[in-house]
Design a protein around this ligand. Structure first.
Ligand code: C2E
Ligand code: CA
Ligand code: CA
Length: 571
């Protein structure tokens, strides 16, 4: 049976009742009568049928078990005689109890002698009610009716509170159970453990829903057995579970690993996120959110991965919140500043251009790198507004240089995939450039490789229009892992930028063959080549030997403030 720590977790018995949802909704209920005396049995059957029940019969406990095995998911009730040959009623009860699937079927025991000892024995073995022979038919029918409707209404309540595949609470009920537990134990220390199955969708496609439901049930079962000091468990998402446990001083990673691995499914990868000793003031869903954040942080490795919500994650979450809360104001107050990183023209040994890279200089948080906010803005769509701001800043910059009589330098701006959701992006950019009287050929658009993957037609159309109106197109991050050679043929491009990772790898292996052949490939296609991330003279020299057109990297310069960039150019 269940350990007491499991008391706040729904018990098996209740859960299997849910399997009987169909039975509960059926208008005709099925009753199994187990009775060796033929006359008694037939009489009972006739009576039940007269009342509108469907009946199946068994002559002794053994036959009863066989019928139970066959019909347990449709049975509403068992009527059980005690004294029978082959297998008696008490033996039947104890065998029935061994199999959890049968828990949902209630049993009314019919005894000949009304002794308390017998009653107690049968109750201990899981009988639900008693009728003493000779019985009054009306009393008997009421007992049967009450037992069935009690069970069915309980199962309807369970439907709302419990998940049907696992022995876990539904999300809403779990949150409430956690809230109740914390309120009842204000000084208690608790951990939250959340799990998430990798690629559950593709498992579903591959193995079908039924098998995946079984898998979920097995995983939930194993975890409830393995997790120490379990207080309550819930299914908080399709493939996500949450477990509230008493705070653990010692790690229990091995137990989690074992619980997953013992299922023996090679394609099952499960990630766990743990929040230790969390504050009681936090909403349960917030705590679960943190646990999920911790587990999402780990990308890649298959198998079992366990990650804890820590100070660093907390800080990055706080930063994310601050970023979201402050972004609009920051844009209005011009806290975003554009830096320029020179692109060195290798043939003429001059600065041939620059890339515009945005930084956020926050009055309190200080200097924030785009790595901290671009992804967030790409997620919430704010990136488009920021990109438009950057385009405009760049137009201003070019215009200012021109007015100061300085030589014109083309500037590349980074376009996000989302920018292409603006149907008239090319026309808007053209209008912006014209407003500042900037020659379109001085504006280059850097498009990252993945940007056109989602909607190649829209992006390609926009690029064509941009190019027709005089802008130059650069393919960014080429070779970063999503390269599609076909896109080199089909997109209207002027420049290919080799991803930094290609250079890093070449340096590490002291083998530049891939870099060299990529440069050749670009040149065959009539594209100019920029290599990014060059940090040393040695690499710069090697690239010069390979006829690389432009180099961008710390070796020449870091990204510079507008005035610093001016100074750099006059040097
Ligand atoms: P990216 O477009 O690949 O930009 C190149 C990044 O590499 C820049 O980082 C640059 O500072 C850095 N870098 C340049 N040379 C070197 C070098 O020699 N060594 C090393 N280790 N790094 C070098 P940054 O400025 O932090 O920008 C990161 C990314 O943020 C950019 O990657 C770009 O995808 C995005 N981003 C920056 N500004 C904007 C913007 O205005 N709009 C959009 N949509 N994205 C932007
Ligand atoms: Ca770029
Ligand atoms: Ca790049």
């Amino acid at each position: 049976m269940h350990a007491p720590v499991r008391s706040a977790v729904p018990q098996r018995e209740e859960v299997h009742m849910l399997d009987n949802k169909a039975a509960a909704q059926r208008s005709r209920r099925l009753i199994l009568v187990i009775e060796d005396n033929e006359i008694n049995r037939e009489m009972l059957v006739a009576l039940l049928e007269e009342q509108g029940y469907d009946v199946i019969e068994a002559e002794n406990g053994l036959e009863g078990l066989e019928q139970l095995e066959r019909h347990y998911d449709e049975l509403s009730l068992v009527l059980l005689d005690v004294f029978m040959p082959v297998m008696n009623g008490l033996e039947f009860l104890s065998r029935k109890r061994e199999d959890e699937r049968f828990d949902s079927v209630p049993v009314i025991v019919i005894t000949a002698n009304n002794t308390e000892a017998d009653e107690l024995k049968a109750l201990k073995l899981g009988a639900n009610d008693f009728v003493v022979k000779p019985y009054n038919f009306e009393v008997m029918m009421n007992r049967i009716y009450n037992m069935i409707s009690l069970r069915e209404s309980a199962s309807i309540v369970n439907l709302l509170t419990m998940d049907t595949n696992t022995a876990l609470y539904s999300k809403g009920f779990f949150d409430r159970a956690v809230g109740d537990e914390l309120a009842a134990n204000p000084d208690g220390a608790y951990d939250m453990v959340c799990s998430d199955i990798d690629n559950f969708r593709s498992l579903n496609d591959r193995y079908g829903q039924e098998r995946c439901d079984q898998l979920l049930g097995m995983l939930a079962d194993n975890l409830m057995d393995a997790i120490p000091d379990l207080v309550s468990g819930g299914r908080i998402g399709g493939d996500q579970f949450a477990f509230l446990i008493k705070h653990q001083e010692k790690p229990f990673d091995d137990a989690l690993r074992e619980a997953v691995e013992s299922i023996g499914h090679t394609n099952l990868s499960v990630k766990f996120g743990i929040v230790e000793n969390f504050g009681h003031e936090l909403e349960p869903s917030t705590v679960c959110g943190r646990a999920l954040l911790a587990l999402e942080r780990v990308k890649g490795p298959l198998g079992v991965v366990i990650s804890r919500y820590d100070e660093k994650l907390h800080e990055s979450q706080l930063l994310e919140r601050q970023i979201l809360e402050n972004m609009e104001e920051a844009l209005a107050q011009r806290q975003f500043t554009v830096y320029y990183q020179p692109k060195h023209d290798m043939r003429n040994d001059v600065t041939g251009g620059a890339e515009a890279l945005v930084r956020w200089i926050h009055p309190e948080l200080g200097f924030i790198n785009p790595g901290a906010f671009i992804e967030i803005f790409e997620h919430n769509g704010f990136i488009t507004q920021l990109d438009m701001y950057v385009y405009e800043e760049v137009c201003r910059h070019i215009k200012r240089r021109e007015e100061a009589g300085l030589p014109a330098i083309p500037i590349s701006v980074n376009a996000s995939r989302l920018d292409f959701d603006i149907p008239d992006l090319p026309e808007q950019l053209a209008a912006m450039a014209d407003r500042y009287d900037v020659d379109h050929s001085l504006l280059h658009i850097e498009l990252t490789e993945t940007a056109y993957a989602d909607d190649p037609k829209t992006v390609s159309d926009a690029l064509h229009r941009l190019r027709e109106s005089g802008f130059r197109i650069e393919l960014d991050d080429f070779g970063s892992g999503f390269s599609s050679l076909a896109s080199l043929n089909t997109l209207p491009l002027d420049v290919m930028k080799l991803d930094m990772s290609l250079v890093r790898q070449a340096e590490k292996l002291d083998d530049f063959r891939i870099v060299e052949s990529t440069i050749k490939l670009a040149q065959i296609l009539g594209l100019q080549v920029v290599v990014e991330g060059v940090e040393t003279l040695e690499v710069a020299e090697r690239l010069r030997d390979m006829n690389c057109d432009y180099i961008q990297g710390y070796y020449y310069s870091r990204p510079l403030k507008s005035e610093e960039f001016d100074a750099y150019l006059t040097r």
